[in-house]
Design a protein around this ligand. Structure first.
Ligand code: NAP
Length: 288
């Protein structure tokens, strides 16, 4: 029986399928539309997966403010449909969630642990938290909260922060990047590896999986250019100056000690080391 992975064309779903190889069946639009609940039921019942990893999501955080119904239908209601199927098939279910569930404690400076009380702000964050609540009803569940994913290579890579910074810098534009949101940008290869370790433990529950350390988007951007030896004009700005439509957590650093306590768990390197690993792989991929 295969491991079914939703969101195979996305960053994390794609990387999970790459690492799982023949064991995985990847699902995504247009054939697998989370809004077509009947078709979703039919597909999953036919597949009878041994495990269902739900990495697909409505991830357009700012756009979600304008289409909350669609965002909730995908991130919350469809997650509930998948959880019901997992129960029916007695199949463990892994839901990928987000640091955005901790958006309401701007003064905080201590990393969030799994048992801390979420305070999601904005449509996307609330829809993802609602997906968590739907997941909790099935005892064989994992909830993996991660943050700031980057590292996909190929046709779908353009949207992530690292690629955006490199593209804007290559266009010669002065960059203004937010310097008052603390979190941990995470390399999708490391996150996928940790998830694959986790699903072999059958230690169900909620886990925080991000690279080690913490930074701001401005400092992360500076580190990208430092490692690439690019001289870029970059200015730190505040969240208010940036003026995004949806609220972003000021502090959403996740404590990974629960995952790290597992004997034999592949380590989650420091975010600077993870970035270096990605940039080396990217250079090789681009033939530099
Ligand atoms: N990206 C981050 O920084 C981040 C941080 C924390 C948590 N997460 C969570 O991690 C998971 C993976 O994120 P990611 O960055 O890999 O996301 P992603 O690259 O945006 O991929 C999500 C995938 O889901 C698909 N999808 C969207 N609507 C769908 C629908 N109605 N039916 C079927 N598939 C649909 C998308 O297709 P289209 O592209 O065609 O819409 C895309 O292929 C998500 O659950 C996300 O909430 C992400």
């Amino acid at each position: 029986m295969p491991i079914a992975v939703t969101g195979v064309k996305g960053q994390l779903g794609g990387e999970l399928c790459r690492q799982l190889g023949d064991r995985a069946v990847g699902l995504d639009l247009p054939e697998f539309d989370l809004l077509d609940y009947d078709r979703v039921r039919k597909t999953i019942r036919e597949l009878r997966p041994e495990l269902l990893i739900h990495a697909a999501a409505y991830t357009a955080v700012d756009k979600a403010e304008d289409e909350p119904e669609k965002c909730f239908a995908i991130n919350a209601t469809a997650t509930g449909v998948l959880v019901d199927l997992a129960r029916e098939l007695d199949c463990p279910f892994l839901y990928v969630s987000t640091d955005y569930v901790f958006g309401g404690e701007p003064e905080r400076s201590e990393p969030f642990r799994e048992e801390d009380v979420p305070s999601p702000q904005g449509v996307y964050a609330r829809s993802k938290y609602e997906g968590e609540l739907k997941t909790l009803v099935w005892e064989k569940h994992y909830i993996v909260r991660t943050c700031g994913l980057y590292g996909q290579l190929g046709p779908h890579s353009a949207g992530n922060f690292v690629e955006t910074m490199i593209r804007l810098a290559n266009e010669g534009r002065p960059l203004r990047v937010v310097d008052d949101q603390f979190c941990t940008p995470s390399y999708v290869v490391h996150v996928a590896r940790a998830i694959i370790f986790l699903i072999q433990t059958d230690m169900y529950g909620t886990f925080h999986i991000v690279n080690d350390g913490a930074t701001t988007w401005y400092r992360f951007a500076r580190e990208i250019f430092r490692q690439l030896k690019m001289d870029v004009d970059i200015t730190p700005i505040s969240t208010e100056e940036y003026g995004a439509k949806a609220p972003r957590p000021r502090f959403s650093v996740l404590d990974t000690s629960k995952y790290n306590r597992f004997f034999g768990a592949p380590p989650l390197p420091h975010w600077k080391e993870a970035l270096a690993e990605f940039l080396a792989r990217r250079a090789e991929f681009l033939g530099h």
